[in-house]
Design a protein around this ligand. Structure first.
Ligand SMILES: NC(=O)c1ccc[n+]([C@@H]2O[C@H](COP(=O)([O-])OP(=O)(O)OC[C@H]3O[C@@H](n4cnc5c(N)ncnc54)[C@H](OP(=O)(O)O)[C@@H]3O)[C@@H](O)[C@H]2O)c1
Length: 344
């Protein structure tokens, strides 16, 4: 098979200070790894979709998180949906679709262990959904809400960043369990979308005044499960609204990841004691042995029309940085992705 000699790559040009900006990235032209260069245990993949997630921001810092930082001058990395071009390991054959952790370039040489599972197309569901509702976002919503939040019918579930990739699925899964669902998001339009199209019972724009009073009004019996994607001041504001034996699911803290100085911290932690409440974090990767069953359940909801998702996909790897920045401006609904190529 003949491959092009050169490809586009998106490099980390410098480490962001605060919210990333376009100048933190550089579009470059690099060599395409050729079939002859695929060594033992390696697989040559072609990127089909890039998944744009808040975690990428953490990897752009110098400090190590659960993965090493992206090196300065190296391609940015993210979760991807990729297709095998050539392989030296029997488990992977040319044409296989896989979920991977791979570089922002068109073709990558990756160790086989960096491929995180084969993707089988699900009839009637677009391939891009394998990175959204049947991928990281759906699985995060599923395990965070059902396993950690443990919502019961009739309870009130509140979710922050409710119009985003994870949050929009959390709210609908809570409705499927018979809960009353309230979303917090950053614009009136998004509030309308949540209630009008996704079936949320109420949604509040957290940027408007008197949020605390509004929350009291829409959750008169308190919040039984708070699925928190935002952290910081919004989390602090919700803690006094917890119901007795409430649960706070710590999914993420997007309000904190661009801070250059420590935030003010939580002032209302003692509410956990007063309400006999539980606050628990989770990492979706810990549930890998249950992904297949969860995917089947989520696919069933999508087919029945009980779970609606939105993929905001931009074409062309060169647009990846600008599209990523929309995570922090809030200028999107649902899941952000970049389409790099069509699968063969
Ligand atoms: N625990 C895990 O294993 C795991 C796995 C995947 C993702 N996560 C976490 O899940 C959360 C959601 O991720 P996602 O990929 O679905 O992103 P997303 O919700 O699609 O996008 C982020 C949204 O957060 C809101 N936001 C951004 N900056 C904010 C700020 N300073 N204050 C308040 N809201 C802000 C914006 O919406 P608004 O218009 O509403 O402001 C934005 O659209 C993130 O915290 C992520 O780290 C955790």
């Amino acid at each position: 098979m003949s491959l092009p000699q050169t490809q586009q790559q998106i490099l980390l040009a410098r480490r962001p200070k605060g919210v990333p900006v376009a100048e933190d990235f550089a579009l470059a032209t690099g060599p395409v790894p050729q079939v002859e260069s695929v060594g033992p245990g390696q697989v040559l993949v072609r990127q089909i979709y890039l998944s744009l997630d808040p975690a990428i921001r953490g990897w752009m810092n110098e400090s190590r998180s659960y993965l090493p930082p992206i090196a300065l001058g190296a391609p940015v990395r993210s979760g991807t949906l990729s297709q095998v071009v050539h392989s030296t390991v029997p488990e992977w054959q040319p044409g296989d679709l896989c979920q991977a952790l791979a570089a922002w370039e068109e073709y990558s040489l990756v160790p086989a262990q960096q491929l995180m599972g084969k993707i089988t197309k699900v009839p009637g569901i677009p391939l891009s959904s394998m990175l959204n509702v049947l991928g990281g976002n759906g699985l995060t919503a599923y395990f965070g809400l059902y396993d950690v939040g443990q919502p019961k019918a009739g309870e009130t579930v509140l979710v922050s960043a409710a119009a985003g990739g994870v949050g929009s699925i959390v709210g609908q899964l809570a409705k499927l369990r018979g809960c009353r669902v309230v979303g917090l998001t950053g614009s009136d339009d998004k509030c309308e979308w949540l209630c009008g199209e996704l079936g949320f019972d109420a949604a509040l724009n957290y940027k408007t005044a008197n949020l605390s009073q509004q929350l009291k009004d829409v959750c008169p019996n308190g919040v039984d499960v708070f699925f928190d994607n935002v952290g910081g001041e919004l989390l602090d504001l919700v803690l006094p609204r917890l119901a007795l034996r409430g649960r706070v699911v710590v999914c993420g803290a997007i309000s904190e990841i661009n801070r250059t100085e420590p935030g003010p911290g939580l002032r209302n932690v003692m509410q956990l004691m007063a309400k006999r409440a539980r606050m628990e974090g989770f990492v979706t990767l810990d549930y890998a042995d249950r992904y297949a069953a969860a995917r089947d359940e989520l696919a069933g909801y999508v087919r029945e029309g009980a779970l609606k998702t939105r993929d905001e996909i931009v074409d062309g790897i060169e647009h990846a940085p600008a599209h990523l920045l929309r995570l922090f401006s809030g200028d999107h609904r649902g899941k952000l992705m970049v389409k790099v190529a069509d699968p063969s």
